[in-house]
Design a protein around this ligand. Structure first.
Ligand code: AHM
Ligand code: MG
Length: 354
């Protein structure tokens, strides 16, 4: 190889290795405006949180007090795991003294956490689920973190953060981290969906794949069928349909991030519908469904409650839940068609009665 060719090859591989999260944000924005710099710095801190959580997860079986339950119950009424608490605190810690984020709101905290020293400068809020799929932690299966970045609207003088109760379309950026065989981070700032892999030798998230597009349709349906008799008849009819038709395959890990990542890469649909006891479903809008919907739309897919786009839902409270149907456009539309059909049949039956 000539010197020039070698030099070109080196430059190419160095350029790839230097495409870190913070650099990528600036490249996508194509400017160095204060907003672009802020977002770049925020993403870099989220990367740090992900590295800390990833490190703890990889040593969890060897570290005192990393696995198991705390004995406490969170605001959602769910048993809290030690890893939930650790990961929640990691996010708070990385944003203290950052001048970037002045409020954090998460699945684990009843109310938003304020960082007053950041508030005169930091006009951003981070919404997050520190450990998604916590039931997988103690058995060494994949888990994730989900995040959403919003601009603070107004002064929030009453300390109620009511400006967070807004449409998911207002998110500035959103993404997730998947702690699997490798740790990856997928994010979007409204200009496509991009995947980074943590290179342990560099301690950096390096760009792996840009502008991911979800296939128009895919074979996977991902749902907890244990709830079959708790669902509305329309959902049961959808499941009967996929059982009776060739070309479908079921995959469900118990951790949303992993299941959604599979669908993002290979196509299909993930569902967490409402049940008789919980018509609103299980998943929280602001830090689970809406950030994932933002990503899926950016990748050319869709996310719906069954009757409304997830990104159009305005929550009535911080920890509001919604049913979620998310993935490839055609798969989501197929599920919706069963819901629509059932609603029409009910309408006809009602009209006939009156
Ligand atoms: P978590 O954030 O408390 O772990 O709850 C969310 C998880 C999702 O990751 C997953 O899709 C779902 O709950 C699994 O729930 P279920 O066990 O009811 O199927
Ligand atoms: Mg969760």
């Amino acid at each position: 190889m000539t010197y020039a060719a070698q030099s070109f090859a080196n430059e190419h591989s160095l350029d790839r290795d230097c495409t870190t999260l913070s650099r990528h944000v600036l490249q996508q924005r194509q400017n160095f405006s204060p907003e672009a710099q802020d977002l770049s710095a925020i993403m870099s801190r989220i990367g740090l949180a992900a590295k800390l959580i990833s490190r703890r997860l990889s040593h969890a079986g060897l570290v005192e007090g990393a696995l198991g339950f705390t004995g406490g119950i969170n605001v959602q009424g769910e048993s809290v795991k030690k890893m939930d608490v650790y990961a929640n605190e990691v996010f708070i810690s990385v944003f203290k003294q950052s001048g970037l984020v002045c409020r954090l709101a998460s699945e684990e905290m009843d109310k938003p956490y304020y960082i007053p020293e950041n508030c005169p400068i930091g006009r951003y809020t981070l919404l997050y689920d520190p450990i998604d799929g916590s039931s997988n932690v103690d058995i060494n299966l994949n888990v994730g973190s989900i995040f959403s970045i919003c601009q603070q609207q107004g002064s929030d003088l009453d300390g109620e953060a009511s400006d967070l109760l807004q449409s998911g379309r207002k998110q500035i950026a959103a993404g997730y981290v998947l702690y699997g065989p490798s740790t990856i981070l997928v994010y979007s700032q409204g200009t496509g969906v991009h995947l980074f892999t943590l290179d342990p030798s560099l301690g950096e998230f390096i760009l792996s794949q840009e502008n991911i597009q979800v296939p128009e349709r895919g074979p996977v349906y991902s749902v907890n069928e244990g709830n079959f008799w708790q669902w509305d008849e329309s959902l049961r009819n959808y499941i009967r349909y996929v059982h009776r038709h060739e070309g479908y395959t079921a995959r469900y890990s118990g951790a949303l991030v992993g299941d959604i990542h599979r669908i993002l890469m290979q196509g299909g649909v993930f569902l967490y519908p409402g049940t008789v006891k919980k018509p609103e479903g299980k998943l929280r809008l602001l830090y689970e469904s809406a950030p994932l919907a933002f990503l899926m739309e950016q990748a050319g897919g869709r996310a719906s409650t069954g009757t409304q786009e997830i990104l159009d839902v305005i929550p009535d409270k911080l920890h509001a839940r919604t049913p979620l149907i998310i993935g490839s456009k055609e798969n989501v539309a197929l599920v919706e068609s069963f819901i629509q059909e059932e609603a029409e049949e009910r309408e006809v039956a009602l009209t006939a009665k009156t």
